[in-house]
Design a protein around this ligand. Structure first.
Ligand code: ZN
Length: 373
């Protein structure tokens, strides 16, 4: 809590003021208004500045308030104070910043929004060569944003509403045809609207991140587990459900004891054991360093899947076949969204701070502010 209030009365040292429009000195003013604005706290006291502001009528045609510099038009806080509030919002939620400053949370949000908006540079000075395209879910996965990152610089360039082809088209239009031609690689999920947009606007190699492929095979493995134990008795079912993480985690990351537990689990079911080995094989191939060896091993893997006859894997294999070019490009470029792990954490943080973000514009601005600028 503040110790009290301090109001500082500002006096004018010069009577002459300049027109904010043409910079001409305006000798006469039409009117004069008193203004009280919040400023940075002074030794624990809430501090306000009081000053008089002239209404001008200039020869250039401008008719309105003078620009006093330290506070924007129609603002209730000085620029310095707004800067302070915006900085608080980088580290805490709007609610917390409102508590600290004693401002209404809507005011805090407005200040932060205006501040971020004024610092946006757009794409005029950007020249991405390798981009990452991600979707970000919000409102409990009912709605999506499209986020474009510069993979080499590891920061967000652009955010758009929805995840349609038109969404990403808008990014390329803003970037301009000349710069689109310089984009060489696009790393992303297997999402057809994005693929179509990238093909239309750039000649970039499309790379499907290995984590997206790994996710698909893990999902397949998990549904094999569920299917195989659908009719098992309760205890066995519970045991497997409880220990499913052992099956999904990479074998090399398990401790010797965990590996033993896993082996004894897998011994109980042949199909699951086979599915497990196929998963490990594929993840191993994704880590293969040699491009040609990886491509060959992937072919062998596909044969193994056919032989296994496990339907969940045949589905994964079909997906891989349909998007093979992007997986081969992955072997070629070895580019992953690994850098985007930090990005995903930040998005999670932004979401938690905003309790779901009803204000979509603010959500987008925050992504650019905290992951971009
Ligand atoms: Zn003027």
């Amino acid at each position: 809590m503040p110790l009290g209030l301090v109001v500082i009365m500002l006096g004018r040292t010069r009577r002459r003021v300049r027109c904010p429009c043409c910079n001409r000195v305006v000798k006469r003013y039409e009117d004069c208004y008193g203004r009280l604005v919040r400023h940075l706290d002074l030794s624990g006291f809430e501090c306000y500045l009081y000053f008089e502001e002239y209404k001008l009528h200039c020869r250039c045609g401008y008719r309105g308030m003078e620009d006093v510099g330290f506070v924007g038009a129609y603002r209730h806080c000085t620029r310095a104070y707004e800067e302070y509030v915006a900085r608080l919002c980088c580290f805490m939620s709007v609610k917390e910043a409102a508590l600290i400053t004693g401002l209404d949370w809507k005011t805090v949000k407005d200040i932060d929004k205006a501040h971020i908006r004024s610092s946006l540079k757009g794409l005029a000075e950007e020249q991405p060569v390798r981009i990452g395209v991600d979707e970000v879910a919000y409102q409990k996965g009912h709605k999506y944003l499209t986020v474009v990152r510069d993979v080499d610089e590891g920061r967000v360039l652009w955010v758009g509403v929805d995840r349609k082809k038109e969404t990403l088209d808008a990014f390329f239009h803003e970037l301009g045809a000349e710069k689109c031609r310089q984009v060489q690689v696009a790393v992303m999920d297997m999402w057809d609207p994005y693929i179509a947009s990238i093909r239309q606007h750039t000649g970039a190699d499309i790379v499907f991140d290995k984590f997206h492929v790994a996710k698909k095979v893990n999902e397949a493995l998990d549904s094999v587990r569920r299917r195989e134990f659908k009719d098992a008795d309760k205890d066995v079912k519970a045991e497997f459900k409880h220990k499913r993480y052992l099956v999904l985690r990479r074998n090399e990351n398990l401790s010797p004891e965990k590996r033993e537990t896993l082996d004894s689990l897998l011994e109980k079911n042949e199909t699951l054991q086979e599915a497990y080995l196929l998963k490990e094989q594929l993840l191993d191939i994704l880590d293969e360093k040699g491009e040609m060896i990886a491509i060959q091993r992937l072919e062998t893997w596909k044969n193994n899947v056919v032989q296994s006859g496990i339907q969940e894997y045949e589905k994964v294999m079909k997906t891989i076949e349909n998007y093979l070019y992007g997986i081969h490009n992955y072997f070629k470029h070895k580019l992953t969204n690994a850098a985007s792990e930090g990005f995903n954490n930040k998005i999670g943080l932004i979401k938690r701070r905003a309790y779901g973000y009803r204000d979509i514009e603010y959500f987008m601005l925050k992504i650019i502010k905290l992951c971009g600028l």
